[in-house]
Design a protein around this ligand. Structure first.
Ligand code: UDX
Length: 442
């Protein structure tokens, strides 16, 4: 199969590289000459474990290439994937479809033969139908179908998620398009990974409903965590006990400082908007959005308590600024709410993150960047664990505590226990929802 992938952002690049590894001929297109130059020089513009190796392998095999020229990429392609950004539009919370529609028009103007136009970007229900209209209007003679093929890739685990998905969702209207999509995903199909083939609207809805459900699950446990603190329960035990019920499942039940990233905040807002527009509000999702903001603010209160009521003049070491480990992405990261509150309150903030510094330097002004967690903690009044990078999971706690001026720890990912912290010399420890055995002042 020949595939054109429009957009070499996170989703487009990972999908393009993985499709080429399936043995397809893939041309990735982008409008940004710097990105294409980098990719042609063998450099990966984003941090994603394993992506560079897989990219080099397939470029060398002659199956993967990059270009600025959409027309040459589309020439002879069986399918063109639209994987451009759909950011939240300022003001109304809608997904901004400018880039998707511009790509659709450009495909219409350049395509010659039958092609399946596949939307991979997360788009509101009804968008694929609009794409169809736009293409038909721009080039009435073109023989084409549209397909919806949402992605479910987690940053930091994207290659594995692509190669071993729980499911692939394909929304189509014709047998012909279904066949093309089946051929594209055949390597997975042969390995028994289920493909859910459905209509366009259902495929679009599956993506929003899945992400909103996961965001709800996290927010649910975050609220339970707050209550655990009040009633003396430990949310880690509560999650474990709940998660062993097969109907609930143990994934996405880790209490933390609030969800972030490029998908959950954007997709929950977009789904809430779609509901309102159709006079069918998804109240639960509207509440999740609100509660997630409260969760982030609650973290600031925790830190204030550990600093004796004021940040002024305190030195705070923050371990982790990215929205989760194994990514350099800081979109909607809890650090963007928490760190400015520390800086604004007069604290000296030292941040340490294996990948977050490059973005963090722009997004978090007034922060000192330190490579090593031990150096960051030296002389500090509070150690905050904000992202659970593996590098921070087995720190030498006695070494940290003995080097701090005030050995207090805010473990916002629950990777340590109160007793361990206490035995290591921390005089105060607070986690999330650890009112029982796990936490409170040591
Ligand atoms: C998510 C979805 O998992 C993926 O299917 C979708 O298509 C894109 O969005 P991603 O944003 O990469 O992927 O991150 P994910 O691992 O899902 O985590 C999202 C956020 O939830 C992070 O801020 C993470 O820290 C938080 N989280 C996750 C929790 O707080 N607790 C959990 O138990 C799980």
């Amino acid at each position: 199969m020949k595939i054109a992938m429009i957009g070499t952002g996170y989703v487009g690049l990972v999908s393009g590289v993985c499709f080429s590894d399936f043995g397809h001929e893939v041309v990735c297109v982008d409008k940004d000459p710097r990105k294409i130059e980098m990719l042609e020089a063998g450099q990966v513009p984003i941090y994603e474990p394993g992506l560079d190796t897989l990219m080099h392998k397939n470029v060398e095999a002659g199956r993967l290439s990059f270009t600025l020229d959409l027309a040459s990429a589309i020439d002879g392609a069986d399918a063109v994937f639209i994987a451009v950004g759909t950011p939240t539009r300022r003001g109304d919370g809608h997904a901004d479809l400018t880039y998707v529609m511009a790509a659709a028009e450009e495909i219409a103007r350049t395509a010659k033969d039958y092609v399946v136009i596949v939307t991979k970007s997360t788009v509101p229900v009804g968008t694929n139908r609009k794409v169809k209209e736009v293409v038909a209007a721009a080039n009435p003679a073109l023989d084409f179908d549209v397909a919806s093929n949402p992605e479910f890739l987690r940053e930091g685990a994207a290659i594995d998620d692509f190669m071993k998905p729980d499911r692939v969702v394909v929304g189509v209207e014709t047998e012909r398009a279904a066949k093309v999509m089946e051929d594209i995903y055949r390597p997975l199909y042969l390995r028994d990974f289920p493909i859910v083939t459905t209509d366009l609207e259902s495929a679009e809805m599956i993506k929003y409903a899945a992400n909103a459900f996961l965001a709800t699950k996290i927010t649910f446990i975050n609220e339970i965590a707050a209550l655990c603190e009040k009633v003396g329960a430990d949310v880690k035990s509560v999650s474990k006990g709940m998660g062993m019920d097969g109907r609930i499942g143990n994934k996405f039940l880790h209490a933390g400082p609030g969800y972030g990233g490029s998908c959950f905040p954007k997709d929950t807002k977009a789904l809430a908007r779609i509901g309102q527009e159709h006079a069918t509000p998804i109240s639960i999702v509207e509440t999740v959005i609100k509660v997630n903001e409260e969760v982030k603010r609650r973290m600031i209160d925790k830190l204030l308590d550990l600093c004796g009521g004021s940040f002024n003049g305190k030195t705070v070491a923050v371990l982790g600024v990215t929205f989760k480990p194994n990514t350099d992405d800081m979109r909607d990261a809890p650090s963007l709410t928490i760190v400015p509150a520390l800086v604004g309150g007069g604290a000296v903030v030292r941040a340490c993150d294996p990948q977050g510094r490059r973005e963090g330097e722009h997004l978090l002004p007034g922060v000192d960047w330190i490579e090593d967690p031990y150096a960051a903690a030296r002389g500090a009044d509070l150690l905050v664990i904000l992202t659970e990078w593996n590098e921070f999971r087995a720190l030498d706690l006695p070494r940290l505590a003995s080097s701090m001026t005030t050995p207090h720890m805010a473990d916002l990912r629950n990777i340590y226990d109160r007793d361990d912290a206490k035995n290591a010399g921390f005089t105060a420890y607070d986690g999330i929802g650890r009112g029982g055995a796990g936490t409170s002042a040591a």
